[in-house]
Ligand binder design. Structure first.
Ligand code: ADP
Length: 334
Protein backbone atom coordinates (compact mmCIF):
# COMPACT_ATOMS: atom_id res chain seq x y z
CA UNK A 1 0.00 0.00 0.00
CA UNK A 2 1.77 3.12 -1.21
CA UNK A 3 0.36 5.40 1.45
CA UNK A 4 0.69 3.12 4.43
CA UNK A 5 2.46 5.20 7.08
CA UNK A 6 4.49 2.14 8.09
CA UNK A 7 7.70 1.19 6.25
CA UNK A 8 7.01 -1.48 3.66
CA UNK A 9 10.20 -3.45 3.18
CA UNK A 10 13.99 -3.44 3.57
CA UNK A 11 14.53 -1.39 0.41
CA UNK A 12 12.35 1.32 1.83
CA UNK A 13 14.20 1.16 5.12
CA UNK A 14 17.48 1.63 3.27
CA UNK A 15 16.18 4.63 1.33
CA UNK A 16 14.79 6.09 4.54
CA UNK A 17 18.24 5.83 6.02
CA UNK A 18 19.59 8.05 3.25
CA UNK A 19 16.79 10.58 3.71
CA UNK A 20 17.07 10.85 7.49
CA UNK A 21 18.16 14.17 8.91
CA UNK A 22 21.19 13.67 11.18
CA UNK A 23 20.97 16.67 13.47
CA UNK A 24 18.23 18.54 15.31
CA UNK A 25 18.65 21.60 13.08
CA UNK A 26 18.00 19.53 9.95
CA UNK A 27 14.88 17.98 11.50
CA UNK A 28 11.87 19.78 10.04
CA UNK A 29 8.91 20.99 12.12
CA UNK A 30 7.94 19.87 15.66
CA UNK A 31 9.43 23.12 16.95
CA UNK A 32 8.38 22.67 20.53
CA UNK A 33 9.69 19.12 20.84
CA UNK A 34 12.93 20.14 19.14
CA UNK A 35 13.51 22.98 21.59
CA UNK A 36 12.75 20.75 24.54
CA UNK A 37 15.09 18.03 23.31
CA UNK A 38 17.83 20.55 22.62
CA UNK A 39 17.70 21.80 26.22
CA UNK A 40 17.72 18.27 27.58
CA UNK A 41 20.76 17.30 25.51
CA UNK A 42 22.65 20.54 26.18
CA UNK A 43 22.22 20.16 29.92
CA UNK A 44 23.41 16.56 29.80
CA UNK A 45 26.44 17.62 27.76
CA UNK A 46 27.42 20.36 30.24
CA UNK A 47 27.24 17.91 33.12
CA UNK A 48 28.85 15.15 31.05
CA UNK A 49 26.16 12.66 31.98
CA UNK A 50 23.59 10.58 30.13
CA UNK A 51 20.43 12.49 29.30
CA UNK A 52 17.13 11.62 30.99
CA UNK A 53 15.09 8.87 29.37
CA UNK A 54 12.89 10.04 26.51
CA UNK A 55 9.47 8.78 25.44
CA UNK A 56 8.25 9.66 21.94
CA UNK A 57 4.65 8.99 21.01
CA UNK A 58 2.68 9.56 17.85
CA UNK A 59 1.43 7.84 14.69
CA UNK A 60 3.91 5.97 12.44
CA UNK A 61 6.13 7.89 10.04
CA UNK A 62 6.33 11.16 12.00
CA UNK A 63 10.01 10.89 12.94
CA UNK A 64 10.33 8.93 16.19
CA UNK A 65 13.16 6.68 14.97
CA UNK A 66 14.83 9.67 13.36
CA UNK A 67 14.75 11.59 16.64
CA UNK A 68 16.25 8.65 18.51
CA UNK A 69 19.12 8.61 16.02
CA UNK A 70 19.50 12.36 16.40
CA UNK A 71 19.69 12.04 20.20
CA UNK A 72 22.61 9.63 19.79
CA UNK A 73 24.26 11.78 17.11
CA UNK A 74 23.93 15.04 19.03
CA UNK A 75 25.20 13.54 22.26
CA UNK A 76 27.98 11.73 20.35
CA UNK A 77 27.06 8.39 21.80
CA UNK A 78 26.53 5.02 20.18
CA UNK A 79 22.99 3.89 19.44
CA UNK A 80 21.51 0.45 20.01
CA UNK A 81 18.20 -0.31 18.34
CA UNK A 82 15.61 -2.82 19.46
CA UNK A 83 11.85 -3.12 19.55
CA UNK A 84 9.10 -4.26 21.88
CA UNK A 85 8.15 -7.34 19.84
CA UNK A 86 11.80 -8.50 19.99
CA UNK A 87 11.73 -8.45 23.80
CA UNK A 88 9.44 -11.32 24.67
CA UNK A 89 11.15 -12.44 27.89
CA UNK A 90 12.87 -10.66 30.75
CA UNK A 91 16.00 -12.55 29.67
CA UNK A 92 15.99 -10.83 26.25
CA UNK A 93 16.03 -7.48 27.98
CA UNK A 94 18.69 -8.55 30.53
CA UNK A 95 20.99 -9.59 27.68
CA UNK A 96 20.42 -6.30 25.89
CA UNK A 97 20.89 -4.08 28.95
CA UNK A 98 23.96 -5.84 30.26
CA UNK A 99 25.72 -5.48 26.91
CA UNK A 100 25.32 -1.68 26.71
CA UNK A 101 28.50 0.42 26.83
CA UNK A 102 28.57 3.40 29.23
CA UNK A 103 26.41 6.27 27.94
CA UNK A 104 24.91 4.32 25.07
CA UNK A 105 21.50 5.38 23.73
CA UNK A 106 19.04 2.49 23.66
CA UNK A 107 16.09 2.87 21.29
CA UNK A 108 13.11 0.59 21.85
CA UNK A 109 10.50 1.00 19.11
CA UNK A 110 6.92 -0.08 19.85
CA UNK A 111 7.85 -0.23 23.51
CA UNK A 112 4.21 -0.93 24.44
CA UNK A 113 4.56 -4.39 22.90
CA UNK A 114 7.29 -5.57 25.24
CA UNK A 115 6.60 -8.55 27.55
CA UNK A 116 5.18 -7.68 30.99
CA UNK A 117 8.03 -9.43 32.80
CA UNK A 118 10.55 -7.32 30.87
CA UNK A 119 8.64 -4.14 31.72
CA UNK A 120 9.18 -4.72 35.39
CA UNK A 121 12.87 -5.29 34.89
CA UNK A 122 13.03 -2.09 32.88
CA UNK A 123 11.60 0.03 35.74
CA UNK A 124 14.56 -0.78 37.96
CA UNK A 125 17.07 -0.48 35.13
CA UNK A 126 15.82 2.99 34.18
CA UNK A 127 15.83 4.24 37.73
CA UNK A 128 18.91 2.70 39.31
CA UNK A 129 20.86 1.27 36.34
CA UNK A 130 20.56 -2.08 38.00
CA UNK A 131 18.66 -5.30 37.33
CA UNK A 132 17.97 -8.38 39.40
CA UNK A 133 18.72 -11.66 37.69
CA UNK A 134 16.79 -14.65 38.99
CA UNK A 135 18.75 -17.87 39.27
CA UNK A 136 17.39 -21.27 40.20
CA UNK A 137 13.81 -22.35 40.64
CA UNK A 138 11.36 -22.83 43.50
CA UNK A 139 12.53 -22.53 47.11
CA UNK A 140 16.20 -22.32 46.14
CA UNK A 141 15.70 -19.41 43.74
CA UNK A 142 17.71 -16.29 44.48
CA UNK A 143 18.11 -12.97 42.75
CA UNK A 144 21.53 -11.61 41.94
CA UNK A 145 21.78 -7.84 41.47
CA UNK A 146 23.67 -6.73 38.39
CA UNK A 147 25.03 -3.19 37.94
CA UNK A 148 24.47 -1.67 34.50
CA UNK A 149 26.36 1.04 32.66
CA UNK A 150 24.35 4.28 32.63
CA UNK A 151 22.31 4.63 29.44
CA UNK A 152 19.61 6.79 27.91
CA UNK A 153 16.47 4.97 26.92
CA UNK A 154 14.50 6.39 24.02
CA UNK A 155 11.14 4.64 23.80
CA UNK A 156 8.72 5.03 20.91
CA UNK A 157 5.05 4.15 20.88
CA UNK A 158 2.09 4.88 18.68
CA UNK A 159 -0.05 5.31 21.78
CA UNK A 160 1.46 6.33 25.10
CA UNK A 161 -1.86 5.44 26.74
CA UNK A 162 -0.97 1.78 26.25
CA UNK A 163 2.03 2.02 28.55
CA UNK A 164 1.57 1.13 32.21
CA UNK A 165 1.94 4.31 34.24
CA UNK A 166 4.93 3.11 36.31
CA UNK A 167 6.84 2.81 33.03
CA UNK A 168 5.57 6.12 31.66
CA UNK A 169 6.54 7.88 34.91
CA UNK A 170 10.16 6.83 34.59
CA UNK A 171 10.74 8.85 31.45
CA UNK A 172 12.17 12.27 32.32
CA UNK A 173 10.81 13.70 29.11
CA UNK A 174 7.75 12.73 27.09
CA UNK A 175 6.96 14.21 23.70
CA UNK A 176 3.97 13.73 21.49
CA UNK A 177 4.66 14.15 17.78
CA UNK A 178 1.93 15.86 15.78
CA UNK A 179 1.04 15.53 12.10
CA UNK A 180 3.00 17.99 9.97
CA UNK A 181 1.63 21.10 8.29
CA UNK A 182 1.74 21.09 4.47
CA UNK A 183 4.43 23.83 4.53
CA UNK A 184 6.61 21.65 6.76
CA UNK A 185 6.12 18.67 4.47
CA UNK A 186 7.21 20.87 1.58
CA UNK A 187 10.49 21.43 3.42
CA UNK A 188 10.87 17.67 3.95
CA UNK A 189 10.22 17.11 0.24
CA UNK A 190 12.62 19.86 -0.78
CA UNK A 191 15.38 18.30 1.28
CA UNK A 192 14.69 14.76 0.03
CA UNK A 193 14.47 15.92 -3.60
CA UNK A 194 17.92 17.43 -3.21
CA UNK A 195 19.29 14.15 -1.81
CA UNK A 196 17.63 12.10 -4.57
CA UNK A 197 18.60 14.59 -7.31
CA UNK A 198 15.04 15.44 -8.36
CA UNK A 199 14.09 18.94 -9.57
CA UNK A 200 10.71 20.13 -8.33
CA UNK A 201 9.02 23.51 -8.44
CA UNK A 202 6.81 25.01 -5.71
CA UNK A 203 3.50 23.83 -7.19
CA UNK A 204 4.75 20.28 -7.56
CA UNK A 205 6.11 20.25 -4.02
CA UNK A 206 2.89 21.59 -2.56
CA UNK A 207 0.82 19.06 -4.51
CA UNK A 208 2.82 16.20 -3.01
CA UNK A 209 2.76 17.79 0.46
CA UNK A 210 -1.00 18.26 0.38
CA UNK A 211 -1.45 14.59 -0.38
CA UNK A 212 1.01 13.18 2.16
CA UNK A 213 -1.40 12.77 5.06
CA UNK A 214 0.68 14.99 7.36
CA UNK A 215 3.40 12.32 7.37
CA UNK A 216 7.05 12.73 6.28
CA UNK A 217 7.41 9.02 5.49
CA UNK A 218 4.51 9.24 3.03
CA UNK A 219 5.86 12.48 1.55
CA UNK A 220 9.20 10.79 0.86
CA UNK A 221 7.50 7.75 -0.61
CA UNK A 222 5.23 9.75 -2.90
CA UNK A 223 8.26 11.71 -4.03
CA UNK A 224 9.93 8.47 -5.08
CA UNK A 225 6.83 7.40 -7.00
CA UNK A 226 6.85 10.77 -8.78
CA UNK A 227 10.49 10.17 -9.64
CA UNK A 228 9.58 6.72 -11.03
CA UNK A 229 6.74 8.14 -13.08
CA UNK A 230 8.97 10.84 -14.52
CA UNK A 231 11.65 8.29 -15.34
CA UNK A 232 9.20 6.09 -17.22
CA UNK A 233 6.83 8.62 -18.81
CA UNK A 234 8.46 12.03 -18.46
CA UNK A 235 9.90 13.89 -21.41
CA UNK A 236 13.57 14.58 -20.78
CA UNK A 237 13.21 13.55 -17.14
CA UNK A 238 11.62 16.87 -16.28
CA UNK A 239 8.98 16.57 -13.57
CA UNK A 240 5.61 18.06 -14.56
CA UNK A 241 2.58 18.84 -12.42
CA UNK A 242 0.50 16.53 -14.61
CA UNK A 243 3.10 13.82 -13.97
CA UNK A 244 2.91 14.40 -10.23
CA UNK A 245 -0.87 14.09 -10.29
CA UNK A 246 -0.83 11.05 -12.54
CA UNK A 247 1.66 9.27 -10.30
CA UNK A 248 -0.30 10.01 -7.13
CA UNK A 249 -3.62 9.05 -8.69
CA UNK A 250 -2.12 5.78 -9.86
CA UNK A 251 -1.41 4.90 -6.24
CA UNK A 252 -4.90 5.65 -4.94
CA UNK A 253 -4.01 8.73 -2.95
CA UNK A 254 -6.98 11.05 -3.09
CA UNK A 255 -6.87 14.85 -3.40
CA UNK A 256 -6.40 15.34 0.33
CA UNK A 257 -4.09 12.35 0.82
CA UNK A 258 -6.54 9.82 2.22
CA UNK A 259 -5.60 6.26 1.38
CA UNK A 260 -7.77 3.24 0.71
CA UNK A 261 -8.10 2.26 4.36
CA UNK A 262 -8.94 5.81 5.46
CA UNK A 263 -11.68 5.93 2.86
CA UNK A 264 -12.94 2.45 3.73
CA UNK A 265 -13.31 3.44 7.39
CA UNK A 266 -15.00 6.70 6.51
CA UNK A 267 -17.28 4.97 4.03
CA UNK A 268 -18.31 2.28 6.54
CA UNK A 269 -18.94 4.90 9.20
CA UNK A 270 -21.11 7.02 6.93
CA UNK A 271 -22.96 4.48 4.78
CA UNK A 272 -23.10 1.34 6.84
CA UNK A 273 -23.54 2.90 10.27
CA UNK A 274 -25.32 6.07 9.16
CA UNK A 275 -22.70 8.32 10.67
CA UNK A 276 -22.44 6.41 13.96
CA UNK A 277 -21.94 6.25 16.82
CA UNK A 278 -20.30 2.87 16.30
CA UNK A 279 -17.74 1.04 18.43
CA UNK A 280 -14.11 0.73 17.34
CA UNK A 281 -14.08 -3.07 17.09
CA UNK A 282 -17.25 -3.19 14.98
CA UNK A 283 -15.81 -0.58 12.67
CA UNK A 284 -12.50 -2.45 12.41
CA UNK A 285 -14.20 -5.77 11.62
CA UNK A 286 -16.29 -4.10 8.93
CA UNK A 287 -13.21 -2.88 7.06
CA UNK A 288 -11.28 -6.11 7.76
CA UNK A 289 -8.48 -4.44 9.69
CA UNK A 290 -7.03 -4.82 13.18
CA UNK A 291 -8.62 -2.53 15.76
CA UNK A 292 -5.17 -1.36 16.80
CA UNK A 293 -4.35 -0.18 13.27
CA UNK A 294 -7.67 1.61 12.93
CA UNK A 295 -7.19 3.25 16.31
CA UNK A 296 -3.54 4.26 16.06
CA UNK A 297 -3.11 4.90 12.32
CA UNK A 298 -6.45 5.74 10.69
CA UNK A 299 -8.44 7.53 13.37
CA UNK A 300 -5.88 10.07 14.56
CA UNK A 301 -5.67 11.53 11.08
CA UNK A 302 -9.41 11.49 10.40
CA UNK A 303 -9.99 13.18 13.76
CA UNK A 304 -7.22 15.68 13.08
CA UNK A 305 -8.75 16.80 9.77
CA UNK A 306 -12.19 16.99 11.35
CA UNK A 307 -13.85 14.06 9.54
CA UNK A 308 -14.48 11.91 12.57
CA UNK A 309 -15.23 12.38 16.23
CA UNK A 310 -14.64 10.06 19.16
CA UNK A 311 -17.48 10.11 21.68
CA UNK A 312 -18.13 7.96 24.76
CA UNK A 313 -20.76 6.11 22.71
CA UNK A 314 -18.48 5.43 19.78
CA UNK A 315 -17.09 6.91 16.59
CA UNK A 316 -19.14 9.46 14.68
CA UNK A 317 -18.81 11.06 11.25
CA UNK A 318 -18.88 14.85 10.85
CA UNK A 319 -20.68 16.78 8.07
CA UNK A 320 -17.25 17.32 6.44
CA UNK A 321 -16.94 13.55 5.98
CA UNK A 322 -20.22 13.44 4.02
CA UNK A 323 -19.10 16.32 1.86
CA UNK A 324 -15.76 14.64 1.12
CA UNK A 325 -17.51 11.42 0.09
CA UNK A 326 -19.83 13.46 -2.14
CA UNK A 327 -22.93 12.57 -0.09
CA UNK A 328 -25.68 14.89 1.13
CA UNK A 329 -25.26 15.93 4.76
CA UNK A 330 -28.16 14.45 6.80
CA UNK A 331 -30.71 17.05 7.86
CA UNK A 332 -30.26 16.38 11.59
CA UNK A 333 -26.58 17.28 11.31
CA UNK A 334 -26.95 20.74 9.86
P1 ADP B 1 8.65 6.74 12.90
O1 ADP B 1 9.78 6.14 13.67
O2 ADP B 1 7.87 7.76 13.70
O3 ADP B 1 7.74 5.73 12.26
P2 ADP B 1 10.76 7.66 11.11
O4 ADP B 1 11.64 8.40 12.07
O5 ADP B 1 11.21 6.30 10.70
O6 ADP B 1 9.26 7.61 11.68
O7 ADP B 1 10.57 8.60 9.83
C1 ADP B 1 10.13 8.09 8.58
C2 ADP B 1 10.80 8.82 7.44
O8 ADP B 1 10.39 10.19 7.43
C3 ADP B 1 12.32 8.84 7.50
O9 ADP B 1 12.84 8.69 6.19
C4 ADP B 1 12.66 10.22 8.01
O10 ADP B 1 13.86 10.67 7.50
C5 ADP B 1 11.51 11.06 7.51
N1 ADP B 1 11.23 12.11 8.51
C6 ADP B 1 10.46 11.96 9.61
N2 ADP B 1 10.38 13.12 10.29
C7 ADP B 1 11.12 14.01 9.61
C8 ADP B 1 11.42 15.41 9.82
N3 ADP B 1 10.92 16.07 10.87
N4 ADP B 1 12.22 16.02 8.93
C9 ADP B 1 12.69 15.34 7.86
N5 ADP B 1 12.45 14.04 7.60
C10 ADP B 1 11.66 13.38 8.47
Amino acid sequence: DVVSPRPQDDTELAVEGALRPQSLTEFVGQHKVRGQLQLLLDAARIQQRSSDHILLSGPPGLGKTTLAMIVAYESERPLRMSSGPAIQHAGDLAALLSSLTPGEVLFIDEIHRMARSAEEMLYLAMEDFRIDIMVGKGAGATSIPLELAPFTLVGATTRSGLLPSPLRDRFGFTAHLEYYEPSELESVIERSALVLGIDLDDTQRSEIARRSRGTPRIANRLLRRVRDWTLVHGAGREVSLAGVQAALNLYDVDAIGLDRLDRAVLDALVRRFRGGPVGLSTLAVTVGEEADTVESVVEPYLVRIGFMGRTPRGRVATPEAYVHLGLPVPADMT
